[in-house]
Ligand binder design. Structure first.
Ligand code: LIP
Length: 288
């Protein structure tokens, strides 16, 4: 019931603040980026320490619920239908390492593999986004999302600010699909492109989804995310009237444990805009 979900939200908010203090107190350098999955996929000691604090605080209060976190995930782990906290201790680790103030703690709660509670907190700007399925999404707990409650209709991609990410895998088919699509989006219409107002690549999937929920980004498209990057932001996006569909052309069914996402902000014409977006996608992603 909603009282229980509000209690979970409040617990996640207090954990997010604690985690935020740990993150802003840390002073990572680009050379001290700890273990690396590859030269651009960074993990710091802070990521690991923050996840430990979060999992301990959650287990104390909710010992029966499952936990999935970026730093303790092992290949083969699956998200089940059981109530599960889905956590990224620092989403935007590269930004964190470079002191670019666009990183956050992403705390999601999924039930039946549906994002049900979301808390996303950027401790550098002290910006908190939260949402509960069926009960709205808010900025700093009081301001309803989207920020413009009467958003403009989504007429054409050429009026849009579009967010994309390069991701941590910079070669192969999926990278070619991304970069060729980015080019097409930014090419003038006369040359067969969409000529969007501009594209942005900001480095945090969770904050990108909150940007679409707020309405300051019209579209966000990425393949290569994990459940902990999107669970919290997805709940907030839906509650702000945004839609999430699959990043591969024509597929309307994104999966939380899948890795391809296309988010469109609230406004008349969302589905038509998703279809227009796909018409510029140059190929299909292999990633599931
Ligand atoms: C990152 C994302 C980023 C994406 C990267 C990575 P991390 O999360 O939020 O947007 O492009 O592939 O998943 O590693 O900073 O938690």
């Amino acid at each position: 019931d909603v009282k229980q979900l509000e209690e979970i939200r409040d617990h996640l908010v207090s954990i997010a603040h604690k985690a935020g203090d740990m993150i802003t107190a840390a002073h990572p350098s680009t050379g001290s980026s700890g273990s690396k999955k590859n030269s651009v996929d960074l993990v710091t000691e802070t990521d690991q320490a923050v996840e430990k604090m979060i999992s301990t605080a959650l287990a104390e209060k909710y010992p029966d619920y499952s936990f999935m976190g970026e730093e303790t995930y092992k290949p083969g782990d699956v998200l089940t239908d059981a109530p599960t906290f889905v956590v990224d201790p620092i989403d935007g680790t590269t930004n964190f390492v470079h002191s670019f103030p666009y990183a956050c703690i992403s705390l999601g709660f999924a039930v039946g593999r549906v994002p049900t509670v979301g808390v996303v907190y950027n401790p550098f700007t002290r910006t908190l986004y939260s949402g509960i399925k069926g009960h709205g999404a808010f900025l700093n707990e009081t301001i309803p999302l989207p920020l413009n409650q009467q958003p403009e209709p989504l007429k054409s991609l050429s009026d849009c600010l579009v967010c994309v990410e390069y991701g941590a895998d910079r070669s192969g088919n999926d990278y070619a699909v991304k970069t060729e699509t980015f080019t097409k989006l930014c090419t003038t219409k006369e040359k067969g492109g969409a000529m969007v107002h501009s594209i942005r690549s900001l480095g945090s999937a969770a904050l990108n989804l909150c940007g679409v929920a707020s309405g300051h980004l019209d579209v966000y498209w990425e393949a290569g995310c994990w459940a902990w990057d999107v669970c919290a932001g997805w709940c907030i996006l839906n509650e702000a009237g945004g839609i999430m569909v699959d990043a591969n052309p024509g597929n309307w069914e994104p999966k939380i444990e899948g890795r391809r996402y296309l988010a469109v902000r609230q406004g008349a014409g969302q589905k038509e805009l998703a279809e227009e977006f796909w018409s510029y996608v140059q190929g299909k992603f292999d990633v599931g």
